[in-house]
Design a protein around this ligand. Structure first.
Ligand SMILES: [Fe+2]
Ligand SMILES: [Fe+2]
Length: 169
């Protein structure tokens, strides 16, 4: 399976005419990473999947918070505000996880808690928010182009950062 963040986009690119399909692909991707993390006792797998979960979520949330949510906010302000609040809560869990040692047996429980929170959140987006956006008269292609550009920038600066930290090793 593709494991690098946004790697799963490489084969088909960002579907600019269907931006919510890109978000759903991210959701599927992170669900697979959670499955991988939670269904193994192999610490090496956990140590690989754990940081991938956090980075994938950070990038996905940045994409939604910076571009997607602001553009769709007026379609249902309370639903979008609620979604932002769920991001905020997930990020608090993510901060706690980052502060822990990967060998800490409590990590599993924290990742399970994060997985539960993310599954609920993703369910709300896919069931309530995305269909509203789909049936609105928003220009989805323009939205998709903007999201694709934001993501490309984010992936490039993330690659630069990891190249820099590789050099420091
Ligand atoms: Fe979200
Ligand atoms: Fe999402």
């Amino acid at each position: 399976m593709d494991t690098a963040p946004a790697e799963h986009r490489k084969n088909h690119g960002f579907p600019t005419d269907q931006p919510m399909e890109a978000l759903k692909k991210d959701h599927e991707f992170v669900k697979k990473l959670f499955d991988r993390y939670l269904n193994t006792k192999d610490m090496n797998v956990k140590k690989e999947a754990g940081p991938q979960i956090l980075l994938s979520l950070e990038m996905h949330m940045a994409l939604e918070e910076t571009v997607f949510y602001p553009r769709v906010h007026d379609l249902d302000p309370s639903l979008v505000d609620h979604s932002e609040e769920e991001h905020h809560q997930a990020k608090q869990l993510m901060q706690q996880i980052k502060a822990m040692n990967a060998d800490d047996p409590q990590c599993d429980q924290m990742f399970r808690q994060l997985s539960d929170a993310i599954l609920l959140h993703v369910g709300t987006e896919e069931r309530d928010l995305f269909p509203k956006v789909q049936s609105s008269n928003l220009d989805l292609n323009a939205l998709g182009l903007e999201m694709s550009a934001f993501e490309a920038n984010m992936v490039a600066s993330q690659a630069q950062q990891s190249a820099r930290s590789d050099m420091r090793r």
